[in-house]
Design a protein around this ligand. Structure first.
Ligand code: ATP
Length: 607
């Protein structure tokens, strides 16, 4: 839900913004532009040619007037004028296309860069950030960069040329008239520049609000069944509407500031025109300037004002883009998961076996991370694992059991290196895993998460996630090994049958087994299995147990069990309580030695 307070009442566009937030400078835009410098160079070249063609027009018009006044034949001059008009039209068409093309390419580059960084962020970043807001940065913020190219920088080059050219021509035609014009225009320029930083801040706030909105929509849609069942639909709609209104209010603030820019430019043009017409009339009467030159001066005035108008528009859009770029850069500047890794020692070089061991591991979730379990929330000490020591021997089945919140899933997260221990060491084949290449390490490990283990797509998409080259035969065989052949028969599409969003078309037990099949297809020497807490019916539980038995052969299996029945015959069971190991042994040993385990077993009617 929205974390940023709603804007409190109207605020003067001239007021100093309280919070400038993440800022981006024009310099940060350069790498995006650099990638397309070829196209941009072409666009600039065309815009210079276009500027030349435009500047020549008033001169030709003034010639036409003089020729007409002298009563001579027009001939070539008219054709030259027509040619110029057509040429500048064609040039501006081509330039327009090049700019649009470059603009969309810049958006593409920004999206690629953002997604590459986003998917490589440390897992702890996802604990604190809202998915919808991240999605909105990729979808909405990047779009604003488009305007910088299409309305902004390149136009500014051609515009500046026309502006300077017109200025020089006007200076030559009548310096006095020019002085008066510049005075009027300077006031407009100062006003617009003053407003521009307000536009950037307001626009960033607007993008933040859009992010809040996306996060709220994502929250409600991802839990739509729960929301519906709780009769909370109207409340969720209200909450989303409130965020939508927040975005609207922020948009209004941007509109108010931009609205000042447009009339300022318009008034400047009108006043300048009136001054030139009035004073120019006197000067023609006094013979200081000819009618032809006054007409040329007025045409140059329009020519000067037009790029000024688009420059004001460009300042608007560049500032909006800089607000969005600030949000893009905030993510891009974050370190990726692998930044700062110690010297890499390839896993392949490890000679010893696939045993996993924990040595006196202490772990606290990074600051600001929100817990997903309900225990320990009020405890001042956020340490989740307190000196955990155990060893999961190669080729054996080790079970982790203990009450909810004891730290079992955290142990698997440390083996996967989603986080590193606060102190102590996790070893793989005897080597500290912090010295191992993450990709290599993960390729040795199959991991079946507790929640949401199925991705939207087909059964095949799900199976091939870790093993893109697997054949259909291998897919069918692995489904058979986890007792899932039946789902293939259910739908004529077979492996291509869709599983629905979050695997909604499969039952809970089937989802769990499909996730196990996916992990197995890669034939990992180590399998981490976080058993689903959702209760399975007798048949499904039996099928799951058989699937686990089938996969246990010849690999190191570490399974978090919520049903002791699935683990009683494990080679070793590690009992955890409040982040501490309180017992290690076989089922019968633990029933004797560990009261907590005895209680758990009693509850589940195993003793
Ligand atoms: N990403 C996280 N950020 C912060 N705290 C977390 C995070 N994940 C878990 N915790 C906290 O760590 C503690 C242990 O959680 P963990 O998920 O490891 O327990 P568990 O034994 O697997 O529980 P369950 O059996 O309910 O799945 C809990 O207090 C939980 O609130």
């Amino acid at each position: 839900m929205s974390t940023t307070p709603a804007p409190s009442g109207p605020r003067s566009p001239f007021a100093r913004p309280k919070d400038d937030g993440p800022r981006a400078s024009l310099r940060q835009l350069l790498p995006y532009l650099g990638e397309h410098r070829g196209m941009i160079a072409w666009a600039i070249a065309l815009s210079i040619l276009g500027a030349g063609a435009s500047l020549a027009q008033p001169l030709l018009v003034s010639q036409v007037i003089e020729v007409v006044q002298a009563g001579e034949a027009l001939g070539l001059i008219v054709w030259a004028l027509v040619g110029l008009v057509v040429a500048s039209g064609v040039l501006s068409g081509i330039q327009h296309f090049l700019l649009q093309r470059t603009g969309t390419s810049v958006v593409l580059s920004a999206r690629r860069q953002l997604v590459r960084r986003m998917l490589r962020l440390p897992i702890s970043e996802f604990d604190t950030r809202r998915t919808g807001d991240l999605v909105s940065r990729v979808g909405s913020d990047t779009t604003l960069l488009y305007a910088v190219i299409t309305q902004g920088l390149v136009d500014a080059v051609g515009g500046a040329l026309v502006f300077v050219g017109a200025l020089i021509a006007m200076l030559l035609l009548d310096p006095v008239l020019l002085g008066l014009t510049v005075l009027v225009i300077a006031v407009a320029v100062v006003t617009v520049v003053t407003l521009s930083s307000r536009i950037r801040v307001a626009s960033r706030k607007q993008q933040e609000k859009v992010g809040d909105l996306a996060a709220s929509v994502e929250r409600s849609l991802s839990a739509v069944r729960t929301v519906r069942a709780a009769n909370a639909t109207d409340r969720e709609i209200d909450a989303i509407e409130e965020d939508a209104r927040g975005a609207w209010r922020a948009g209004l603030q941007v509109a108010k500031i931009s609205a000042l820019v447009v009339p300022v430019a318009g008034i400047a043009l009108q006043v300048a025109l009136l001054v030139v017409l009035g004073v120019g009339g006197f000067r023609v009467a006094s013979g200081a300037i000819t009618v032809a030159n006054l007409v040329a001066f007025i045409l140059f005035l329009f020519m000067m004002i037009m790029p000024l108008g688009s420059a004001f528009g460009a300042i608007n859009s560049v500032n909006q883009a800089l607000g969005a770029l600030g949000r893009i850069q905030e993510i891009v500047a974050l370190p990726s998961e692998t930044d700062g890794d110690a010297a890499i020692r390839p896993v392949a070089a490890i000679e010893s076996d696939d045993a996993v061991s924990f040595e006196d591991v202490v772990f606290t979730y990074p600051e600001g991370a929100a817990g997903h379990s309900d225990l320990d929330d009020d405890a001042p000490d956020r340490t989740v694992l307190h000196g955990v020591t155990f060893s999961a021997p190669a080729g054996k089945r080790t079970a982790l059991v203990g009450p909810s919140g004891a730290g079992k899933s955290t142990i698997l997260a440390l083996i996967e290196r989603f986080y590193d221990p606060t102190s102590g060491v996790v070893r793989f084949g005897g080597v500290d895993i912090r010295g191992l290449d993450r990709t290599e390490l993960r390729s040795r490990i199959g991991y079946v998460e507790q929640d949401a283990p199925v991705l939207a797509g087909s059964i095949r998409d799900n199976l091939l996630l870790a093993t893109p080259d697997a054949t259909d035969e291998q897919c069918i065989e692995v489904l058979r090994s986890v007792n899932l052949s039946e789902v293939l028969e259910r739908n004529p599409l077979g492996l291509d049958a869709p599983v629905g969003e979050d695997g909604i078309m499969l039952s809970g037990g089937e989802r769990q087994r499909l996730a196990i099949a996916r992990a197995l297809l890669a034939a990992p020497p180590i399998l981490l299995l976080d058993e689903s807490t959702s209760s399975l019916d007798g048949l499904n539980e039996q099928l799951l147990r058989e699937a686990i038995d089938a996969v246990a052969t010849d690999r190191t299996l570490i399974v978090i069990a919520h049903r002791l029945s699935t683990v009683v015959d494990s080679d070793q069971i590690v009992v955890l309580d409040h982040g501490r190991v309180v017992g290690t042994g076989t089922h019968s040993e633990l029933v004797e030695s560990t009261p907590l385990y005895r209680d758990l077993a009693k509850h589940q009617l195993l003793v």
